[in-house]
Design a binder for this molecule. Structure first.
Ligand SMILES: C[S@@+](CC[C@H](N)C(=O)[O-])C[C@H]1O[C@@H](n2cnc3c(N)ncnc32)[C@H](O)[C@@H]1O
Length: 276
C-alpha cells in the first residue's frame, strides 16, 4: 500500500491554497521552467520521448503549460498537444500564456482521464506522480490512452537524494524530517521507483536516467527547493517554532560566504507501450 499523499505538498491541491500560496506556486512553476538545471532535465526527457511532427501528445499534469508549448513546436501544425492538469487556476494561468500553438488545455485527474483509449502517440508527465495517491493507477491510465508503440516519459524527483553542504547537518535533518508531507510529498522516493513501475506495467525498452541537479547558491536553489525559499510562509513548513528561521539564517550565511551547496536527483524514465 502506498503512503497516502493526502497530507501533502501545495502542488497536490493548488486550487485549495490561500491566494498567497497559490501565487508562490504559480511563480515557482514559471521560474522552474527557466532554471538551467530543470532545462537540463527536460533536454534529457525530450531525447527520450522523441516527439515527431504530426503526433498527438499528452502533457499530463502540465502546470503552466511551458512544456506543452515546447512540445507543440516539435509536433508542428498537423499535431496536437493536450495539456491536462487538475488545477483550474493553473490551467487558467496556462491559457493566459498561450502562444497560438496547437495546445488544447483541459482540466482533469491523471488517475481517471476523460480521454478515449489509444488516443495519443506519447505522454510527458513531469513531477506529478510524487503528488498523487496511487502512482501505479496513474501510470495505468497513461498507458490506456497511449497507442501501442507510443512512448511514455516520466520525470520525477527523488527527495531522499537531497543533500546540503555548508549548513549544520543536524539542523538540516530536523528541517527535512518536518518538511516531509508539507514542503515535500510524504513519498520521498518517487523518482527512483519509476523504472520498476514501468517495467512492471509491461512497457518495453525502459530506460532510466538520473540527472543530478546542482545548486551553488541559495537563490538558484530556492527556485526548486522550497526548504531554502524564504518566501514560503512559516505555517507551511511543519517545523517546530524557530527552526525555519534558524535554518534560513544558516542558508543565507552559507550563501554570503560562497559555501552553500545543494544537490537533488531528478529521474527521467521512458519506455514504449506494447500491444495490449
Ligand atoms: C510540480 S507541478 C509540475 C507541473 C509541470 N509538469 C511542470 O513540470 O512544470 C505538479 C502539477 O501536477 C498537477 N497535479 C497534481 N496532481 C494531479 C492529478 N492527480 N492530475 C492532474 N494533475 C495533477 C498540479 O496541479 C501541478 O500543476
Amino acid at each position: 500500500m502506498e503512503p497516502a499523499q493526502k497530507e501533502r505538498t501545495p502542488f497536490a491541491d493548488i486550487d485549495g491554497l490561500t491566494a498567497q500560496m497559490s501565487e508562490i506556486v504559480l511563480d515557482a512553476l514559471t521560474e522552474m521552467g527557466r532554471h538551467s538545471e530543470i532545462r537540463r532535465v527536460r533536454r534529457v526527457a525530450f531525447d527520450k520521448l522523441r516527439p515527431a511532427a504530426g503526433q498527438c501528445l499528452l502533457d499530463a499534469g502540465s502546470g503552466a503549460g511551458d512544456v506543452a508549448r515546447l512540445l507543440a513546436t516539435e509536433i508542428g501544425p498537423r499535431g496536437e498537444v493536450i495539456a491536462l492538469d487538475h488545477s483550474a487556476s493553473v490551467t487558467a494561468a496556462a491559457v493566459r500564456r498561450h502562444d497560438g500553438s496547437n495546445v488544447r488545455y483541459v482540466t482533469g485527474d491523471i488517475c481517471r482521464m476523460d480521454l478515449p483509449g489509444d488516443c495519443v502517440d506519447g505522454v510527458w508527465c513531469e513531477r506529478v506522480l510524487q503528488h498523487v495517491d496511487d502512482a501505479d493507477r496513474a501510470i495505468a491510465e497513461l498507458i490506456r490512452v497511449t497507442r501501442p508503440g507510443g512512448r511514455i516519459c516520466l520525470v520525477d524527483t527523488d527527495w531522499a537524494s537531497l543533500a546540503f553542504d555548508g549548513m549544520p547537518a543536524g539542523l538540516g535533518e530536523v528541517v527535512m524530517a518536518h518538511a516531509r508531507g508539507h514542503l515535500t510529498p510524504r513519498r520521498f522516493d518517487m523518482g527512483r521507483t519509476l523504472r520498476r513501475r514501468l517495467v512492471a506495467a509491461g512497457l518495453s525498452g525502459v530506460s532510466a536516467t538520473p540527472v543530478t541537479c546542482f545548486f551553488a547558491d541559495p537563490e538558484s536553489a530556492a527556485v526548486v527547493l522550497p526548504m531554502v525559499n524564504p518566501r514560503v510562509p512559516e505555517e507551511t513548513w511543519g517545523t517546530p517554532p524557530g527552526v525555519r528561521d534558524e535554518w534560513l539564517a544558516c542558508v543565507e550565511a552559507a550563501g554570503a560566504s560562497g559555501t552553500f551547496l545543494a544537490v537533488l536527483t531528478i529521474w527521467v524514465v521512458a519506455g514504449t507501450v506494447t500491444t495490449g
